[in-house]
Design a protein around this ligand. Structure first.
Ligand code: TYD
Ligand code: ZN
Length: 419
């Protein structure tokens, strides 16, 4: 284990010790309570209001492996099913992002031996936006691919795009049971590893299928950025884990895996792309340097920082409520991401505060936001709507949105700071 983290666990306990870490089984400490929350991507019809499910959104950290994680979560099948409404392909930015990732893989990992047919797996393939680059009629079509995607709604779109999909959750698959699945050269998980409560199941299967010299590329929001931006709307049931580099090192070392390199990327409001391989942790090398250079962040003093952060989020919620109260004139919303669920429910913003929200996803249009029941309307009407105040729920796509809306005179309200 890395040893550069001082901190007195005993004096920092705020919440109960009633939760066991999903990674290392130690007792966790609660640092944030965001109250009753609905299932974040569950946009619903009026008729469904009466049966809506709520859970307590509490966030914990583990003093042993330092993994942050949500407390109770709904059953996976209540989240990832035929009604799942997040389609990667709806964002041009993410579409380009995955095209670039496919090119990176082609450049770095095409085997030198032309006889070797490379193998790639994606965990949480969504609508196939990434793996479509490896489908048969494409330049990377010689790769053998498999996308794991348990949400029927998005898996259907992936299949229509010619992507091979297994609808059994990756962590539940018996390897090599699936058609004697061969050793895999590249495994990709982008904003999915952090979504799967059975983290150990995922790691066990990665360990089984990753080739001896293979690489697992894992992208996920970086907890350090979330804290810096006060992006507490990133906390919701689908995001089970929030990792620091240190917690990732500790988790991987339990499976004899290590971070070979990493890069900071802009997606989802500030993420990390980890390149992970079989073997032991490099405690003295470049990674240790990266972590030390982040000494002012919670990587250095995770426990103090997290406890303070919990309090600051509560203050931030009050500030946001006051800011919104002081806005002159009506307010509309832009983009209906899962994140809007946390923010509107934590702040108590319903349709009386934010009249409606414009979004491009067909399956959300005509429905209402989870818990707060703000109507979701088609983006097509946005330009004609002269409402000045616009709450930018998709602040993580700010650049793309500002480009698209250049010239329109709006008062944009962004819920996060330090952008
Ligand atoms: P995103 O922040 O990517 O996802 P998450 O749900 O994980 O927080 O939000 C995606 C939603 O925003 C999706 O419903 C599509 C919508 N959207 C727009 O309406 N307009 C846009 O310009 C973009 C980029 C997204
Ligand atoms: Zn732990």
């Amino acid at each position: 284990m890395a040893m550069w983290f001082p901190g007195d666990k005993a004096t920092l306990c705020k919440g109960g010790h009633d939760m066991i870490c999903r990674v290392c089984k130690a007792k966790c400490v609660q640092f944030l309570d965001l109250g009753k929350q609905p299932i974040a991507n569950n946009f619903l019809t009026k008729a469904q209001f009466k049966d809506e499910l709520f859970y307590d959104l509490t966030i914990y950290y583990c003093p042993e492996c330092l993994t942050c994680q949500v407390g109770k979560i709904p059953k996976m099948s209540e989240v990832f099913n035929d009604g799942y409404s997040f389609y990667t392909g709806t964002s041009e930015y993410m579409t380009r992002h995955f095209e670039d990732l496919a090119l990176l893989i082609k450049d770095r990992y095409t085997p030198a031996d032309p006889e070797h047919r490379p193998v790639i797996v994606e965990i949480g393939a969504n609508d196939g936006t990434f793996l479509q680059h490896f489908s048969q009629d494409r330049p990377l079509g010689h790769w053998l691919t498999m996308g794991f995607e348990p949400s029927g709604s998005v898996a259907k779109v992936a299949k229509e795009r010619g992507v091979r999909i297994c609808e059994t959750p990756f962590e539940k698959c018996e390897f090599p049971g699936i058609g004697n699945w061969p050793k895999t050269d590249v495994i990709v998980s982008a904003n999915t590893f952090a979504h799967i409560p059975d983290r150990l199941g995922v790691l066990k299967n990665i360990k089984k299928i990753l080739a001896a010299d293979g690489v697992w590329i894992n992208e996920e929001p970086y907890l350090g950025k979330l804290i810096e931006r006060f992006a507490f709307d990133q906390f919701y049931n689908e995001h089970v884990f929030y990792t620091s580099i240190t917690s990732m090192i500790r988790t991987l070392s339990m499976f004899d895996l290590y971070i070979d390199s990493l890069e900071f990327i802009e997606t989802h409001g500030g993420s990390i792309r980890y390149f992970i391989k079989h073997g032991a942790e490099d405690t003295g090398g470049s990674l240790a340097y990266v972590i030390r250079s982040l000494s002012l962040t919670f990587e250095m003093y995770p426990e103090d920082r997290l406890m303070t952060f919990g309090d600051l989020v509560q203050t931030r919620i009050t500030t946001l409520q006051n800011e919104i109260r002081n806005v002159r004139g009506p307010i509309i919303g832009y983009g209906a991401p899962a994140k809007m669920s946390t923010i509107t429910n934590a702040c108590g913003f319903g349709p009386d505060v934010i009249k409606k929200v414009y979004d491009t996803t067909p399956s959300k249009i005509g429905k209402f936001s989870p818990g707060s029941h703000i109507p979701v309307v088609s983006y097509d009407g946005f330009k004609k709507d002269r409402t000045k105040n616009v709450f930018l729920f998709i602040w993580n796509h700010k650049e793309e949105v500002m480009k698209k809306e250049a010239g329109s005179k709006r008062n944009w309200i962004t819920p996060v700071i330090n952008m």
